[in-house]
Design a protein around this ligand. Sequence first.
Ligand SMILES: [Zn+2]
Length: 174
Amino acid sequence: MIRAFALALLAAIMFLPAALAADLPFNFTDSYRLVVPYETEALVPSEDGLAQACGTSSVIRACTVFYARRMDCRCLPDQNHWHIHARAQFIPHIVLSPTAALQHERMHIAEVRSAVTEHLIVLTSIDFASSVDCEDEGRAASEGFPSLMDEFQRRSNLKHHPVYVPQALETDRK
Ligand SMILES: [Zn+2]
């Protein structure tokens, strides 16, 4: 029963990204915003269910999957330059076995959140001489955001679980 619920939750989450962007407008007057509207947790009682939800064949106790990873950029001028204004988002989904620690997964989420915020600060601080240069960089930043988040997730795993990292990109392994 619990496993069926977890799978239903996953299915529901996968349809969220388009609706989410519409529900959470950002008018781009601020330089940047990181939106993490909520997190979800699913308790999975069996090792099989956990491995399936986390997309791994390794023996693990928990993982966090980041859904709806997206960054939107807009270029606005000040007196001398053009600057990127950016809105980034993700939704963490924690999948746990009964023996796993929720706080440990939240620590990984906090590290990823900090890394994304630092990236937004750097990106929105760049001075561009032209709108074209700014828009090119903004487009590249948006397109590269999911793989950049893969890298932030990988770094957090590397810091705490160096043994698992060669295989673990999208999931956290305990
Ligand atoms: Zn971990």
